[in-house]
Write a protein that binds this ligand. Structure first.
Ligand SMILES: NC(=O)c1ccc[n+]([C@@H]2O[C@H](COP(=O)([O-])OP(=O)(O)OC[C@H]3O[C@@H](n4cnc5c(N)ncnc54)[C@H](OP(=O)(O)O)[C@@H]3O)[C@@H](O)[C@H]2O)c1
Length: 403
């Protein structure tokens, strides 16, 4: 608990922690009370120093609620969009303080009290204006400078893995591309070398076998791997008892055992060098029971938790770990899984979310709707409800003969 508090509260100055806690109080306690409990007749809101009453006040509580909720999340995560908006909002409050006594002298204020109150609120305004560097740097250092020259990406022949390779090459990282389809890997490698002037190495390998993992490790033994992206994975849609037993065992090997072995081998070098990154492509499917994809969700839960545990273990060593939790994503996954096609997020967008979060947090969920599902529904609902609701959803995505 102590180290959790130190980690989360040492990242910003005390006054900003106070603003964050104030926003949390307003979001969770005061504004809901104001909105749901206070009678309309007694309601009063102030924007830019102008008072609003009754129904107008009730309506204007909604943007206030939004502002405080955004402030709570923005300060917590130090999101880049907080600059300049947090300063602008605080400035609005400072102006309100100045204008208020001039507009409503009957309330007992004067120009002097307005100036004093306005000046007090100018302090956080200036603080927030000057805190740009603290909010996440959108022009962050390129990955090649942060972690070194080489990345190993598994499952690079398609979907999310191929987009990881493109995104890392754009940041100057040379890539070892591993998957079974060699032609796809070569084509991608040549694209990276041509477009981004980086080196590449292809390793055609079946990671659903222990020998495949050893082969891959032997092929990168001469390289200093600064980033490992444990991304290769499959899921097979349908009832557990209708699945082929060998395929189930291969899924566990590919989704769980391979990332464990690769990480165990490459992590000590990163730790020794004092820099490195390991990304696990988990899934939001790993945050809940998922009938008709039961083993897949269990393997992804394994990946999610392994990454988060390692994040905690490696904090302060210079090695960043991240669990990337995508929801449905445009790739070959659905086809391989035998799912009925459904909409998904573009894979390059998912990868960008991961790279922006790396080094800042243990896990990241791509997509606001997935975030809402995983953080609201999955945490609050009884597991039995979750499993049964998920079953209804999955039935629509599963071919009839596999239900
Ligand atoms: N798409 C989604 O909706 C979604 C959602 C959440 C999480 N994910 C996760 O995202 C990761 C990437 O999936 P994706 O969506 O990009 O799917 P994808 O397009 O099917 O890509 C899967 C990649 O894994 C490789 N792979 C599969 N079996 C392999 C094996 N036995 N040995 C070596 N490589 C193997 C594939 O290459 P080869 O076939 O050439 O071997 C391919 O490069 C997976 O871990 C998946 O669980 C996907």
């Amino acid at each position: 608990m102590g180290s959790w508090i130190r980690h989360h509260f040492s990242r910003r100055p005390g006054w900003m922690n106070a603003l964050m806690l104030f926003c949390a109080f307003m979001t969770v306690i005061y504004v809901p009370w104001d909105f749901f409990v206070k009678p309309i007749a007694a309601d009063e809101e102030v924007w830019f120093g102008v008072r609003f009453y009754g129904v107008w006040a009730k309506a204007l509580e909604i943007p206030h609620w939004f502002v405080y909720a955004a402030g709570m999340v923005g300060f917590w995560r130090l999101h880049s969009w907080m600059w300049p908006w947090a300063a602008v909002y605080a400035g609005q409050v400072a102006v309100s303080m100045l204008v208020w006594p001039l507009l409503y002298p009957e309330a007992g204020g004067s120009l002097v009290t307005g100036l004093v109150a306005g000046a007090v609120f100018m302090l956080p305004t200036l603080g927030l204006w000057n805190a740009r560097a603290l909010f996440r740097d959108t022009k962050r250092k390129p990955m090649s400078e942060r972690y070194g020259k080489w990345a190993l990406i598994t499952g690079a022949s398609a979907g999310i893995g191929a987009e990881f390779a493109r995104a890392l090459a754009r940041e100057g990282v040379s890539c070892v591309l591993a998957a079974r389809r060699e032609d796809r890997l070569k084509e991608l490698g040549e694209e990276l070398a041509r477009d981004h002037d980086v080196e590449f190495r292809t390793v055609p390998v079946d990671l659903a076998t222990a020998t495949g993992v050893e082969l891959l490790l032997s092929q990168v033994a001469d390289l200093e791997i600064g980033m490992l992206v444990n991304n290769a994975g499959v899921g097979y849609s349908g009832r557990f008892d209708k699945q082929d037993r060998d395929r189930l065992a291969q899924m566990v090997q590919l989704n769980c055992a391979a990332p464990v072995a690769l990480t165990a081998e490459l992590l000590p070098g990163m730790r020794e060098r004092g820099r490195g990154a390991v990304i696990f492509t988990g899934s939001v499917a790993g945050s809940q029971p998922l009938p008709l994809h039961a083993l897949y969700s269990a393997t992804k839960s394994f990946d999610n938790l392994l990454a988060e545990g390692l994040w905690g273990e490696l904090r302060g060593t210079g090695v960043d770990v991240l669990a990337l939790l995508p929801g449905s994503t445009e790739s070959e996954f659905m086809q391989v899984a035998g799912e009925i096609p459904h909409a998904g997020e573009p894979a390059d967008q998912v990868v960008q979310v991961a790279l922006d979060a790396l080094g800042h947090q243990p896990s990241v969920i791509s997509g606001w709707f997935n975030w809402l599902r995983a953080n609201a529904a999955f945490r609050i609902m009884p597991r039995s409800w979750l499993a049964l609701i998920a079953k209804d959803v999955m039935e629509k995505q599963t071919p009839e003969d596999m239900r």
